[in-house]
Design a protein around this ligand. Structure first.
Ligand SMILES: C[S@@+](CC[C@H](N)C(=O)[O-])C[C@H]1O[C@@H](n2cnc3c(N)ncnc32)[C@H](O)[C@@H]1O
Length: 425
């Protein structure tokens, strides 16, 4: 009697609105297997459909709200604005006021404007940026809010916009008010990377599209430009940054071509660099798409090196956490895996860096219970936390933008939000 067997293994696991689906399908017709071996065993191909495992936000602000805080002249839309507001919404005027807030990357002041308007109880606002164009824009915008009709009375809000690298957060805060570090600040935000104002200005040299000088400095007073790296750094160092900061697999060939270009006067414009990348990228690597991706990685590598972004980020995360008041929160939005890895590792290091004693476990439990009670189901984005001695990581997995926000603003697609809270003692 014909016998048939069919095996189907379906493994699936779902995360928020995304999933990893692994489907192994193996079908064997057994009738023929028992009588003779003529019948062929049929096996469906192993089908593996993998989507990125991510914890998508369901907290997007609507189109109108996001555009309200966008900078229309520069086309900059603040990324994950709804989520950022939610991170600090725990603080409210009555029970637990947001007395002080530092925006380390004020940019066009999109996030800052929204925070200032959402928190009438705010006493200190400090916005920092290393870019004078952003600093000027932010200052004008925040002054407009404080002195305009659109804001609630904030007469006792002390607002400072400061042209400084966020690695100097401690000295900036003590210059603003020497007592502020004693109490600590309630909220700190870092929205890393470039603003649309910087990318869209080809004179800054950040953009793969549009010709400009090979500059890439966030701080125009800094001495190192991308041009210096390309034309005079040792070839091994050049290779290292392409490999480590650009994660570019074709780094050796690019390194050789860049070094060879020095014999003919070197590279002096983004257009020349893009031409070199186009010629160095084989068509089998995806043609036009291929060279654009390679160019994006090369530009990222140069930008990271010019602005010493990774070391600055790591050091500054420790400094920012030190500046927090008990129960204060630090939120970081990153845009590529190198940054996100640093945020993740540094947060873990921060919460685990204190000495552990016998009562620690008990304290961890009560801290987690307190956060859960405080949140009272308000903070739906908090799904899994990690409790340590010094604080709580509120986002065991980073939060990524909602699909709606991705449709609205393509720039947000790679954004990841991580939040840490200082222990309340
Ligand atoms: C993505 S934009 C911020 C946009 C802002 N959140 C908004 O809503 O308009 C990042 C800003 O951080 C600034 N920046 C980057 N690295 C910095 C650093 N180390 N210190 C201070 N500012 C920095 C850049 O100049 C840029 O203006």
């Amino acid at each position: 009697m014909a016998k048939s067997t069919a095996k189907l293994f379906l493994l699936s696991s779902f995360f928020t609105t995304t999933r990893t689906l692994t489907c192994t399908c193996s079908i064997t017709t057994g009738a023929s297997r028992s009588s003779n071996k003529k019948r062929k065993q049929k096996e469906a191909k192993l089908v593996v459909v993998k989507e990125k495992r991510r914890t998508r936000s369901d907290k997007a602000l609507g189109d109108d709200a996001a555009h309200l805080y966008a900078d229309s002249s520069a086309g900059h839309i603040p990324v994950m604005l709804g989520e950022v507001l939610d991170v600090f919404s725990l603080f409210s005027s009555s029970s637990k006021p947001l007395r002080s807030f530092v925006d380390c990357t004020v940019g066009a002041a999109g996030h800052s404007s929204a925070i200032i308007q959402a928190h009438p109880e705010l006493k200190y606002y400090i916005g920092m940026d290393v870019d004078p164009v952003a600093h000027e824009k932010a200052r004008t915008r925040i002054d407009g809010i404080l002195h305009g009709d659109s804001c609630h009375p904030t007469s006792d809000l002390k607002s400072h916009t400061i042209l400084k690298n966020f690695r100097y957060i401690k000295s900036v805060l003590s210059e603003v008010d020497e007592k502020i570090l004693d109490t600590g600040v309630d909220g700190i935000l870092m929205d890393l990377g470039m603003s649309s104002m910087q990318v869209n200005n080809s004179e800054r040299g950040f953009s793969v599209i549009g010709d400009g000088p090979l500059d890439m400095r966030m701080d125009p007073q800094a001495s190192l430009k991308a041009e210096d790296i390309l034309n005079s750094w040792p070839d091994t160092e050049l290779g290292r940054i392409l490999r480590e900061y650009g994660e570019e697999s074709n780094w050796r060939s690019l390194q050789d071509k860049i070094v060879k270009a020095r014999l003919h006067g070197g590279l002096h414009s983004t257009g020349q660099l893009v031409d070199l990348i186009q010629n160095a990228t084989p068509w089998r690597r995806g043609g036009r798409q291929g060279w654009i991706k390679t160019a994006t990685r090369v530009f990222q590598a140069l930008r990271i090196a010019v602005n010493d972004e990774l070391k600055t980020l790591e050091d500054s995360l420790y400094s920012c956490f030190d500046c927090l008041a008990p129960g204060g929160r630090l939120a970081v939005i990153s845009f590529h895996s190198l940054e996100d890895r640093i945020v993740k590792q540094t947060f873990l290091d921060i919460i685990n860096s204190n000495e552990v004693d016998g009562d620690e476990e008990e304290r961890h439990g009560s801290e987690l219970r307190k956060i859960r009670n405080d949140n009272d189901e308000k903070e739906a984005w908090i799904r899994q936390m990690i409790q340590g001695c010094g604080g709580t990581i509120l986002t065991k997995r980073p939060i990524t933008p909602s699909e709606e926000e991705e449709r609205l603003n393509r720039r947000c697609r790679s954004a990841k939000l991580r939040v840490i809270q200082k222990v309340e003692r």
